[in-house]
Design a protein around this ligand. Structure first.
Ligand code: 5GP
Length: 209
């Protein structure tokens, strides 16, 4: 008999330097794989034009965030580019227990914390094809000030230095290729034998009869 595994969902962690195209890739993945739930983070960063509370982030004041840290509501949290970001423990655990796959779009510090508390998570790092392209994409966003862009570019080196800690690395050069790679990872994880054995127990019993 194979080792038994709970029917919990899989926790996917996706990180990248700002400007690598992570959110666009993740949103396209979620369209193709609607069974994955995206975790909405809490942040002290002010909303960009068009961003909505509860859809992109839960935007909160720093004092509120600090109280939430003290209350232990976060599965992980970190300071990134001068703002605080965190993932709700209850939301993620509830979805996983219900058997839903959950995706976290977080930085390397958060990914490191998640690997400790959820060693079964599957982590993916997205790289831009070049430094020039990273800069071009960051400036092209048009919603950040020159100061914010400079800070994010500067911080990208630190983020990239941690790429080797992740299970997979994807180069986002051609968008469709990168999306296919990301989807391939999700699909491969779903075909892992312990999970398949649980899901298809009736079929296997029938085939063995
Ligand atoms: P942005 O401000 O561009 O939306 O995100 C900035 C950085 O914060 C990105 O690297 C993003 O992945 C990261 N981030 C967003 N939410 C979280 C979170 O809940 N936890 C952690 N650790 N990082 C986050």
């Amino acid at each position: 008999m194979p080792q038994s595994e709970s029917a919990e969902g899989t926790l996917f962690v996706v990180a990248a330097p700002s400007g690598a195209g992570k959110s666009t890739l993740v949103n396209a993945l979620l369209e193709r794989e609607p069974a994955i739930s995206l975790s909405i983070s809490h942040t002290t960063r002010p909303p960009r034009p068009g961003e909505q509370y509860g859809r992109h982030y839960y935007f909160v004041e720093r004092a509120t965030f600090e109280q939430e840290i003290a209350d232990g509501i976060f599965l992980e949290h970190a300071e990134v580019h001068g703002n605080l970001y965190g993932t709700s423990r209850t939301t993620v655990n509830t979805l996983l227990t219900q058997g839903r796959d959950v995706l976290l779009e977080i930085d390397w510090q958060g990914a490191r914390q998640i690997r400790k508390s959820k060693p079964d998570c599957v982590s993916v790092f997205i790289l831009p094809p070049s430094r020039t392209e990273l800069e071009r994409r960051l400036r092209g966003r048009g919603s950040d000030s020159a100061e914010v862009i400079a800070r994010r570019l500067h911080n990208s080196r630190e983020e990239i230095a941690h790429a080797h800690e992740f299970d997979y690395i994807i180069i986002n050069d051609d968008f469709e290729v990168a999306l296919g790679d990301l989807q391939a990872i999700v699909r491969a994880v779903r075909q892992r034998s312990p999970l398949q054995w649980l899901r298809h127990e009736a079929l296997i019993q029938d085939l063995l009869a």
